[in-house]
Ligand binder design. Structure first.
Ligand SMILES: [Zn+2]
Length: 351
């Protein structure tokens, strides 16, 4: 088997086919395993009540506090306990809004730097950590992927009148008004994503990328029970559109066992084949940053062994940015030869 060295791989860009990454609560927890900058825990659905000290509140509602937040919230909503659900929403919004990334590089910093401008990170998380990582790695001469927030986000703002979305508090370029916070989507059984305009923009962006994608990574997201609509949209855009592309890669980053993961996602895969890793740094994104397509193509289609070029985990920010600059020139030359078509209307909503 012939071999491509990491230096040769760095100098190779052969396609704009996107890599789509989905993030669930498990990804934010893995990014801050010991809590955020101030030690606040990143909750999962099954320990949200405990992390936010909501036990006594939930008991007041006459409910069992040791249950999954999805079940709890869905039940209250279905029972039309709107005073209670409103109160919970307010507490949750405030908690998530207060979360902050530590000052040193985290998994989210490595993730945004390791994908290219045609890739997409679609997050189900309300917390602001991904946006904080995006912002502090912007304008460093390295083009970052696009983002979509599928359940809303505490740092996202919108102008409903002009369909603009950006960081909350920034100005709409059309009416010069401040962007208003977007609604968060809480776990209720029927979500009807299309009803909310800002969410629809994010879901459309996600579908558009996924239907063209060559690689798909699911990180810390188990496809919750109340999210049937999400799973069916993903199935349509990935599995059905790619029925001829058996070699398209799916990776799952999860600390669950193989059997549990397979049970969650079995209707979604082309075959039983997918790669399961229990740590972000074992995934292809971390082993072949910014060259995932090229690695996969050389390896699977050309049967060439490709040397790994792993993210250096322990560098501080300036050293990290300068490490990522090894990729920039080749990407720039590729873009000159393959310019983007005239940007469509939706391009305005850049983040
Ligand atoms: Zn406006």
């Amino acid at each position: 088997m012939s071999e491509i060295s990491k230096e040769e791989l760095t100098k190779k860009v052969i396609s704009d086919r996107p890599h789509v990454v989905i993030l669930g609560a498990g990804a934010s927890r893995a990014t801050c395993p010991d809590g955020d900058k101030n030690g606040k825990k990143l909750p999962l659905m099954n320990d949200l009540v405990k992390c936010l000290n909501l036990e006594s509140k939930v008991l007041e509602y006459g409910m069992e506090p040791k249950q999954d937040f999805e079940d709890l919230f869905s039940f209250l909503f279905d029972a039309e306990a709107f005073e209670e659900t409103k109160e919970l929403e307010k507490i949750i919004y405030g908690y998530f809004k207060s979360l902050e990334l530590p000052n040193t590089p985290t998994i989210y910093d490595h993730l945004v730097l390791s994908l290219r401008e045609t890739d997409l990170i679609a997050s189900f998380n309300w917390d602001p950590l991904l946006l904080q990582a995006y912002r502090r790695n912007s304008n460093k001469g390295i083009r970052l992927p696009r983002l979509a927030f599928l359940h809303g986000n505490v740092r996202m703002g919108e102008c409903k009148k002009h369909n603009r979305s950006n960081y909350v508090g920034e100005i709409c370029e059309r009416c010069k008004e401040k962007l208003e916070p977007v609604d968060l989507l809480y776990p209720i059984t029927t979500k009807n994503y299309a009803q909310n305009n800002s969410l629809k923009i994010n879901w459309d962006r996600f579908e558009r990328h996924l239907s063209k994608a060559y690689q798909f990574t699911i990180f810390g997201y188990s496809g919750p029970r109340t999210d049937e609509e999400a799973v069916s949209i993903m199935k349509k855009a990935w599995k059905d559109k790619h029925s001829d592309k058996i070699l398209a890669d799916t990776t799952i980053i999860s600390t669950n066992t193989n059997d549990e993961v397979y049970e969650h996602w079995k209707h979604f895969f082309h075959s039983q084949y997918y790669e399961l890793v229990d740590d972000f740094y074992k995934s292809d994104i971390a082993k072949y940053p910014r060259r995932g397509f090229e690695r996969s193509w050389e390896n699977n289609m050309e049967a060439v062994f490709v040397e790994e070029n792993p993210i250096p985990k322990n560098l501080d920010f300036p050293a990290l940015w300068s490490w990522y600059h090894q990729f920039v020139e080749t990407e720039y030359r590729y873009r000159i030869k393959n310019p983007f078509p005239k940007p469509p209307k939706w391009y305005k909503n850049r983040i």
